[in-house]
Ligand binder design. Structure first.
Ligand code: GTP
Ligand code: MG
Length: 595
């Protein structure tokens, strides 16, 4: 049954390494690990996700999914870390493909707190930038380029998977390769695992830098084992992950790390056409007091030139000046080159697309189109609208981020969820972990158009706010049966709508006065959120709820108002209620369909 919905119904050739893990095979064949495990079971092999299978076994599975497998030649396997996935062509078609030339890879460094990300970035910059441009002073413009064996490599300055995923959530994926820094004295930590999942969800290859090898008594092998457990099996153990021991402090292994990066870049066949008008992404933007709006852009394709008319997000201008990462004025910027540009009318947002256009009227047209598109952005996926989205073909996989109270709950819930997949829709748990829902989880859900499911936990207030802004569905459960049942019903379009209460604001009654013959009103002070006239209201006195009703009038001084914000006083009357007392708490709330 899997062969029908595989991405390669019209069988295409695929190179498979001599050995690889089940997880890597799933990535390579662009299917879920569960599918691979099922196929293996049919072939009489019981395997878990991290188990390594050989070429013969992998080839049989690939053939079953409609691919034409062949053994990856040794010469290519040597660099090996990046499995050669079918390349997406970077959105370029037909005639545009002709002018394609290799471009520098763009790298993001990720890893657990204190594992040495910043120190590694510094080490790379110091050892490679200085020799390339002696005398130059490096500028922090959000990204920089170094030269390795005469080839350029671009680094994004902001390390960490949060920034990486935040960019993706805004629709901009600029990173080609991730360096995952793992300090060998600390090993694989929660954020190491999180980084792996974030890179995997983006489909970006990972190279591992085992850092701090200068420390006495560290055991590299233990860390390699932990990496393998997380699905990154190093080459010498038959996997495809390149792993380079380094010391960012003593600057050892840096050159080897960079050389391996170039090998992966070569396998990825990163190309762009410098003869086209520029298309790029804003990676940093600020308002400079004397210069005006400044934006650092990375050019994805084409060449940006001084004087070009450009649109950045929904603002436009002309390139008045450009500076490279050494602070030098430049006249043009080619693909994957970071430049700081001056000339946009206002400050664009990080993640915005930058495009060179032929003239001002084209710029206005493009801005108009972007504003329209913004309004029509497809609604995020949630359990209430899932079935509609599946039926209309908008959703082919349900990406879930699963957060649980204790580690032990992950596997059973994850297994049950992934089994719910059908012919039409696959269910994938793209990230799981113990602990509350974090902002980084919300960004991952946004970037991957996924939902968040919690078990025995809740979302932190920052995460909850962000989820609301991004429209990400977060549901928490305390009973596994309810959790599985809801997802299962949602997949079949049989989920009964349920309602949640959203508190909009609270106010304290400071005074009680007459409002009409018998009616009483409360003089109240808004302590949090806001009060609005259309809301329901609950009156709490100590532990007790005295009444639940609706607002009949909301006033500031003598005027009827629609809303009152935190820190203001107002007069409130409640329908069919007169018994206010000083000290009562008014809780304003709305009931919404649960997403
Ligand atoms: N011995 C040794 N210490 C290192 C090495 N690399 C980094 N450190 C130290 O580890 C600590 C953390 O390094 P950072 O580079 O700040 O780590 P980070 O990953 O950027 O940390 P966060 O930004 O907080 O997530 C610092 O005290 C570094 O000096 C190394 O190769 N060897
Ligand atoms: Mg740092």
């Amino acid at each position: 049954m899997q062969s029908n919905d595989s991405p390669s119904a019209e069988s295409h050739p695929i190179e498979i390494p001599a050995n690889l893990s089940v997880r890597q095979l799933a990535d390579l064949l662009q299917t879920s690990e569960i599918d691979i495990i099922k196929q293996l079971m049919r072939n009489g092999i019981m395997a878990n996700i991290n188990q390594v299978v050989n070429y013969e076994v992998a080839a049989a599975i690939a053939a079953g999914l409609g691919y034409q497998p062949c053994l990856q030649p040794q010469a290519i396997r040597k660099p090996g870390g990046a499995i050669s996935r079918p390349k997406k062509g970077q959105g370029l078609r037909g005639k545009e493909l002709k002018g394609l030339k290799p471009r520098p890879p763009i790298i993001t460094i990720m890893g657990h707190v204190n594992h040495g990300k910043t120190r590694l970035l510094d080490a790379i910059r110091q050892t490679n930038v200085m020799e390339a441009e002696a005398g130059g002073i490096t500028q922090h413009i959000g990204a920089y380029q170094v030269e390795v064996n005469g080839q350029k490599v671009t680094f994004l300055d902001t390390p960490g998977h949060e920034a990486f995923t935040a960019m993706r959530a805004r629709g901009a994926q600029v990173t080609d390769i991730v360096i995952l820094v793992v300090a060998v004295d600390d090993g694989v930590m929660p954020q190491t695992l999180e980084a792996i999942d974030h890179a995997r969800a983006a489909g970006v290859p990972v190279i591992v830098a085992l850092n701090k090898i200068d420390k006495p008594g560290v055991n590299i092998e233990v860390t390699k084992q932990k990496m393998a457990d997380a699905g990154l099996v190093v080459e010498e153990w038959g996997g495809a992950t390149i792993c380079v021991p380094i010391s960012a402090k003593e600057k050892t292994g840096i050159h080897e790390l960079l050389e391996n990066l170039l090998l992966i870049a070569e396998l990825e066949e990163l190309k762009a056409d410098p003869s086209q008008p520029a298309l790029g992404v804003v990676v940093e933007a600020k308002m400079d007091k004397t210069k005006g709006p400044l934006a650092t852009v990375l050019i994805n394709n084409g060449t940006l030139r001084l004087g070009d008319t450009i649109v950045g997000g929904t603002t436009w201008g002309r390139v008045k000046a450009m500076f490279n990462d050494m602070g030098k004025r430049v006249r043009k910027a080619e693909p994957a080159t970071p430049v700081e540009i001056l000339g946009l009318g206002s400050v664009p947002q990080v993640g915005d697309t930058l495009k060179a256009v032929s003239n001002e009227s084209q710029a206005h047209k493009l801005i108009e189109k972007r504003l329209e598109e913004k309004q029509q952005e497809p609604r995020a996926v949630n359990l209430s609208n899932l079935y509609d989205q599946i039926s209309t073909g908008r959703v082919k996989e349900l990406n879930i981020i699963l957060k649980v109270d204790v580690q032990g709950s992950i596997e059973p819930i994850k297994g049950s969820l992934e089994e719910l997949g059908t012919e039409e829709v696959q269910v994938r748990v793209i990230h799981s972990g113990a602990g509350n829902v974090t902002e980084s989880d919300v960004m991952l859900a946004t970037a991957s158009k996924g939902i968040i499911i919690g078990f025995g936990i809740s979302a932190g207030s920052g995460a909850r706010r962000l989820a609301e802004i991004e429209g990400v569905s977060t549901r928490s459960y305390d009973v596994i049966y309810d959790l599985i049942n809801d997802v299962s019903s949602a997949l079949k379009g049989m989920l009964e709508p349920s309602y949640v209460e959203v508190i909009e604001g609270r106010a304290e009654v400071r005074e009680v006065f007459s409002a009409g013959r018998k009616e009483k009103a409360a003089g109240a002070y808004v302590t949090e959120g806001r009060l609005s006239r259309g809301a329901s209201v609950r009156l709490r006195r100590g532990e007790k709820v005295v009444c639940e009703s609706t607002v009949s009038s909301l006033r500031r001084f003598k005027d009827d108002v629609k809303e009152v914000a935190t820190g203001y006083e107002c007069g409130v009357s409640i329908k069919d209620f007169n018994n206010f007392q000083v000290g009562d708490i008014l809780e304003f709330f709305k009931t919404e369909i649960r997403r």
